[in-house]
Design a protein around this ligand. Sequence first.
Ligand code: AGP
Length: 609
Amino acid sequence: MCGIVGYAGRREAEPILVGGLRRLEYRGYDSAGLVTVTGPGAAHLRKRSGRLAALVEHLRDRPAPGCLGISHTRWATHGPATDANAHPHLSACGRVAVVHNGVIENYDALKRHLIADGVAFHSDTDTEVIAHLVGRNFDGDLLEAVRRTLPLLKGTYGLAVVSPDDPDTVVGARLGSPLVLGVGAGEHFLASDPGALVGYTQDVVYLQDHQVCRITADDWDIFDRELSKVTASVHQIEWAEEDTDKGGFEHHMLKEIHEQPETLESAMRGRLSDAEASAHFGGLNVDPQQLRRAKRIILTACGTSYHAAQVGEYLIEEFAQIPVEVEYASEFRYRNPPIDHDTVVIAISQSGETADTLAAVRESKRKGHLTLAVCNVVGSSIARESDGGIYLHAGPEIGVASTKAFTSQVLTLAMLALHLGRLRHLSALQGARMIAEMRALPDLIRRTLACDADARRVAEKYAGCTSFLYLGRQYLYPVALEGALKLKEISYAHAEGYPAAEMKHGPIALIDPNTPSVFLALKGAIHEKAMSNLEEVKARRGPVIAVATAGDEVVAAKADDVLFVPDVPDYLQPLVAVVPLQLLAYHVARIRGCDVDKPRNLAKSVTVE
Ligand code: AGP
C-alpha cells in the first residue's frame, strides 16, 4: 500500500516531499519518486527503484527545484520494482504527473483502448492509465481534468496530480484509499496518513470517498464529484514528532515492544471505574440496552488484529457469556452469513485503513447491524465509518510487524468483556478483581521485558532453523498463532501455530531435531494437559523452547530452553506470553540480517484487496 505526499507553499518542496515519504515508507518500499513544478513546461521528475535512500542519493546529484510537488513510495501491485514502474507517472503529453495509492481494476481495458489510440506506455502499472486519461482531459484546468477522469476509473485510489501548466495547484482525490489534507500558514499538504505531516502541521482534513481537493500555497478546497464545494472539518493530529522516531532503539519494532507498559497504561487511562467496578468507553456511542440485548458478537479483522480478536472471543464468552464468532474480514465480506439483528459486529484494525476490514464494516452496516470498531489511528476510515468504537491510544506503530497494538487490542477487548459482563451477570466483586488485575499489567510487562537477553540467547541458538512450530492452548492458542506470524513476517523462517493438543492429529509428523517447538506452557487451568503435549514433542526428540511461569521448575526441567514470565490469571496470560515471542522473532530476524522494520513484500497498512 503506497504512501503519497503533496505540497504547495513557499518553502522548497523537495525536503518536505522526501520527509513525508520517510514517515510513510512503512507503507511500501519497492521504489520512490517525486516531481516538482516551477512553471509552464517545467516539471522536475526524479524516481528510483528500491528504498527511499536510493532516491535521496539521486536527488543529491539532481535536486528538484520548486515550491510545489508530489511524491510517492511504492508497494508494487502491478509490475516489478523498477525505475520505470516507480511513481510519478506522466501523461503522453508530459503535462500531467500522477502519484497513486490503490488499484485500478479496469486499467487493462482502459490501457488497451489508449494503446489502440496510439498512446505509448512506459510502465506496467495501472497508475499510468490515470496519467494519460487526465492528460487527455486537461485544457489548463487541472481540477476539471481530474473531475472528468474519475468516472472512468473502477477500483480504489488516493491520488495526487500536478501540471507545470497549472503550476500553483495540487489536486487530490479519494475513493477507498486514505487521503488527508494538511492545513498550514501559507502552505498546504496532502498525505496518505496524518503521520506523514507530523512536524509540518497538526491540522488535517480527512477526505471522504468520492471527494476531490485542491491545494495551493494560500488556500484549500474540498469538492464532491460534481465539484460543488463541501464544508469539511479540520481535526488535530494527536501525535508529536518524537513519537515517530526510534527513541534510541536500533529498530522501531524493538522500541514498540519496550513501549508496551506505557501503551497499556494509556489504553486503560480514564476507562476503569472503581465506583461501578466496570470499564467505560467515551466513544462507544451505544445505548447499554442495545448491548444487553446483543445475542451474538462477530469480531472481524486481518493478520495480528485477527489474533487479538481470537483472544477477544475467549474473553467475551467467559466474562459476558455472549456467543462470539471470529471472522477473517476478507472472507466475511463475501461469505454472506445469516446474521440476525441482535448481532453486534466489531471490526479490529490498528491502522483503521485495511481494505478488507473496511469492506467488512461497510457490508455489516449495509445489512443494518450495529457496527463498532477498535482502532489505533484516530480519524481513520474504519473509525469514522463505524457506529462507535474504542481507540487504543497506543501512539504511532511504525514497525510493520505489529507488537504494541496487539497487546493494547487484547487489553481493550478484556475491558470490553468487563463492560459487557457488568451489563449482564458479572458481579461488582468480580469486576473489581478484574480491574485490579488489569492495573497490575504495566509493571508485569516491565518484568517480562527482562527476558530480552534470554530471548536473544535462544534466538542465537535456533536462528539457523528453517521451520518452527508454536503451540498453545485456550487463551494461549491465538498467542501461538501470533508468535508464528511474527517470526514468519520478519525473519522469513516458516512457522506454524497450532492448538497444542491438535499436534497428534498430524503436525507432530513435522517434529525432528531441527524443528523447534515454541511451547506456551504457563501455569493455569490446563497446565497439566499442556505438559503432556510437551512430553509428546520431547518423546520425538523435538527441541522445546518453553514460555513458562516464573519459578516453574517442572517446565524448566523438561524444556531445552525456557523464557520465564510473571504469574498472571489465565485471561491475561496472552499479554505477558506474547512479549518473549515478539523478542524471539525480533532477535532471530536481526541475527539473520533481515530488515526488521521493513520486511520484504510487506506493508504496514494493506489498503488494497
Ligand atoms: C502484523 O504484524 C501485520 N503487519 C499485519 O498482519 C496486520 O496485522 C494486518 O495487516 C492488519 O492490519 P490492521 O490491524 O492495521 O488492520
